[in-house]
Design a protein around this ligand. Structure first.
Ligand code: BGC
Length: 399
């Protein structure tokens, strides 16, 4: 195996057949730590050469193979998928405390308009978070044949690489629940499967700290029964290129914690993490939220009364019993209380939910960094400190 320090991506692209440049560039970017200067820095061992030489002029193959041999995914210390520990419970510990990011960021339209900056990954790490869940509204970035545009992959590769460099685990969460819940047939189903065909191939050599979440909150016409079929089909596609990738999926009806028993999982695939979302009591967490029927209903508190705490524990205990009986780890992929609620109640609730998950060994991801339910105020460049401290409590003073 040949190792060199770095190579010039532009040079590599110049020797490629022009017809394959786009897809080659995309693949290279998924395999290396890409710098804007076009230099790809070597950080480990490359696993398969074939992916890079597909579609290239035969006479140029030796040069490309030479380059390919130095490529690898991920940041220092990250292990490639095939070498990784794929015990789903251990993987779930790596998710630890996380945050949902980028779902509604204009960065997907244009990098210049991005609200989320590279430095935020470091801020998250320093604040004590372990992972990010990247919410992907990908269908609008597909071309007429459902191909994901290279510009979309560029943004995603950037985010994944930056997160991994900070040692944050990454979840790629397909967030097209509205499209599929409203119409799960025809083109939307095609798009759903096309997404996983492409994303799974693109990230097949990513380290084990990159997780795939098949679909956020199936609901509506994507009934729990139909969702079980969709999930099985997508998992089949993913497993062709990612036999050891840890995959995440949750129950139908909005990933509701009470619907776990309706989720069908393949018995012999143990590398799955099951996700649930928790926004109870809804009247409290969604007060004033324009996209719900709580738009004009404000003034709800959560005081951690014995009844309120007991309701939280009941819901979590039931899910935990399911987890133990089915030997599947749980990830609380979304929870949060909307910005228009009283801050004291919001932080009380947020801390109680996070601690309740941790007490049962679940991982979690707060909804969300920016946009609404905010954890970080991009305009002021400052944490929303009460929420941050509720999520990651300060260590008690020594002594
Ligand atoms: C949706 C958001 C919504 C949040 C809480 C998420 O899954 O993508 O639009 O704000 O749930 O309701």
């Amino acid at each position: 195996m040949e190792f060199i320090e770095s190579f010039d991506l532009a040079k590599l692209l110049r020797v490629a057949d022009p017809r394959s440049v786009k897809s080659l560039r995309r693949r290279v970017m998924s395999l290396c730590e890409y710098r804007s200067s076009g230099v790809c820095v070597n950080i480990g061992r490359f696993e398969s050469r074939n992916i890079l030489i597909q579609g290239m002029k035969t006479s140029k193959i030796p040069l490309v193979v030479g380059c390919a041999a130095i490529l690898v995914w991920g940041a220092g210390g990250a292990t490639a998928q095939s070498e990784s520990k794929t015990d789903a419970f251990a993987q779930n510990q790596r998710l630890g405390r996380g945050v949902n990011i980028l779902g509604y960021d204009p960065i997907w339209r244009s990098r210049d308009q991005g609200r989320f900056k590279a430095g935020y990954f470091e801020k998250l790490k320093v604040a004590g978070f372990n992972s990010v869940r990247i919410n992907l509204h990908a269908f609008r970035h597909m071309d007429a044949t459902n191909g994901l545009k290279p510009s979309w992959f560029e943004v995603l590769d950037w985010a994944v690489n930056e997160a991994q460099q900070q040692g944050l685990a990454v979840i790629l969460d397909l967030h097209e629940f509205n499209a599929l819940g409203n119409n799960p047939t025809g083109d939307n189903k095609e798009k759903f499967l096309a997404f996983w065909r492409q994303v799974a191939t693109h990230y097949q050599y990513a380290p084990a700290t990159v997780f795939f979440e098949v679909l956020n909150e199936p609901f509506g016409k994507l009934t729990p029964e139909l969702w079980n079929e969709f999930f099985a089909e997508a998992l089949g596609i993913i497993r062709k290129t990612n036999p050891t990738r840890t995959v995440i999926a949750g129950p139908g009806q909005w990933n509701q914690i009470g619907r776990l028993s309706e989720l069908r999982l393949p018995e012999n695939d143990r590398n799955l993490i099951v996700t649930v979302h928790f926004y109870e009591p809804f009247a409290f967490t969604h007060q004033g939220a324009s996209w719900t029927d709580r738009k004009d209903k404000l003034g709800f508190d959560w005081k951690a009364t014995p009844e309120e705490v007991a309701a939280l524990n009941r819901a979590f205990d039931k899910a935990d019993a399911w987890s133990k009986a089915n030997k599947r780890p749980l990830f609380l992929g979304e929870f949060g209380a909307y910005d228009r609620g009283p801050m004291e109640s919001r932080t009380r609730w947020t801390a109680a939910v996070a601690r309740a998950a941790e007490a049962r060994g679940w991982s979690w991801a707060y909804w969300q960094f920016d946009s609404d339910f905010i954890l970080y105020d991009v305009k002021r460049e400052a944490w929303v400190e009460p929420i941050r401290d509720a999520l990651v409590p300060k260590a008690p003073p020594a002594g």
